[in-house]
Design a protein around this ligand. Structure first.
Ligand SMILES: *Cc1c(COP(=O)(O)O)cnc(C)c1O
Length: 356
């Protein structure tokens, strides 16, 4: 007999993208930033490593909260630091989803939300997206009403599109919380500024951000939640006391202070994204307009697995994704390629390799 809870036995577990440990790969599969983090991060890490590693870190990450609040134009008590934004999503799930509650999320979208619901042992429901990645509120209205917690990545992954404020407000469950996962928010042409937290539904909204993508810090685990101070007070009860270590806090604080560095890199990525989309369309691919650091592409031949394998043989990794039970897709199965926007040189290699 398995010693595991039945929920754990019955789930397959979240499968992250491949992380080859040897060099020589062009990695366009997990939406990492191809540019290095701010030099200030390295300085801060060096200083912190020479500091008092024998002591526990500040449980509230006060210095980070002050720095982040200043850049966001908020008070520091609106911020909760986390060990990656995935950890923040776990804390939100544990905080809001009780045994009889339901979690919902768009589909196709970030698969981790379903994993979190399974781990928590609660009901979950998909909010099916239309073929153009828009919402049909006639179809999803009832599920929204019945949910306690709704996760929405905005912009969405794998599609890369972003939804308007009106759509997002319509997603706030009447008796629950809406989490806007803004992992890719900084790559949008006009980034959001937490405007919805000031709306009438503001107390039912939590925004999450990560330093993994726009700040080039996937290797340092750090993300944070932004929400009304009453919400933050509750979330602090749920998180691990010392969820962010001294080094991560030092790196994150330095990174968020250096907004110019982040803006320079996201601007470069937006330019490369545009060029990549144009070139892929010329090669016959269908490309969704992206507000992120990746593009979602399909090819009329449907040979996505073959393309993925051909590229892999040339040491170029992209993400081949398959979503089952998509009513509008051929055989109800949507598959395609999610390609991270790398450096211009990396994208040139990819485009050369795609010249078949
Ligand atoms: C990358 C990603 C995250 C995770 O960010 P971490 O801070 O690295 O845990 C969260 N949500 C979405 C949609 C992502 O793509």
């Amino acid at each position: 007999m398995s010693p595991f809870r039945p929920e754990i036995d019955h789930m397959s577990g979240y499968r992250p993208g491949e992380q080859p440990q040897e060099g020589g790969w062009i990695k366009l599969n997990t939406n990492e930033n191809p540019y290095p983090a701010s030099p200030r991060v390295v300085e801060a890490l060096t200083a912190a490593a020479q500091g008092k590693l024998n002591l526990y870190p500040d449980p509230l990450g006060t210095e980070f909260c002050l720095a982040a609040a200043a850049t966001l134009g908020l008070d520091p008590d609106w911020i909760l630091p986390g060990n990656g934004s995935d950890e923040v999503l776990t804390v939100l799930t544990r905080s809001f989803a009780g045994a009889t509650d339901q979690i919902a999320y768009p589909y196709p979208s970030y698969i981790l939300y379903e994993t979190l619901a399974n781990l928590q042992g609660v009901r979950h429901a998909r909010l099916p997206l239309e073929p153009d990645w828009s919402w049909n509120f006639d179809t999803v209205g009832k599920t929204i009403e019945q949910s306690k917690l709704i996760f929405v990545p905005n912009p969405n992954s794998p599609s890369g599109n972003r939804w308007a404020f009106d759509d997002l407000l319509a997603l706030v469950p009447p008796h629950g919380m809406l989490v806007l996962d803004e992992a890719y928010g900084d790559f949008a042409d006009h980034p959001h500024r937490c405007e919805l937290l000031n709306s009438t539904a503001g107390k039912q909204i939590v925004v999450t951000r990560t330093l993994s993508k726009s700040y080039s810090l996937a290797g340092i685990r750090f993300g944070f939640a932004i929400a009304h101070p009453d919400t933050i007070v509750g979330l602090r009860k749920v998180k691990d006391s010392y969820n962010c270590d001294v080094l991560a806090l030092a790196a994150a604080t330095a990174a968020i202070v250096d907004q110019d560095w982040m803006h320079q890199n996201t601007a470069r990525i937006r330019q490369t994204r545009h060029r990549l989309a144009v070139q892929l369309k010329q090669r016959g691919f269908t490309v969704v307009d992206s507000q992120t650091n990746f593009v979602w592409v399909t090819h009329p031949s449907g040979q996505h697995r073959t393309i993925y394998e051909d590229l892999k043989a040339k040491k170029i990794l992209v993400r081949h994704m398959v979503f089952e039970e998509v009513s509008w897709a051929k055989d109800h199965c949507l598959d395609g390629l999610r390609i991270t926007v790398g450096t211009d040189a990396e994208i040139d290699c990819l485009l050369d390799a795609l010249n078949w």
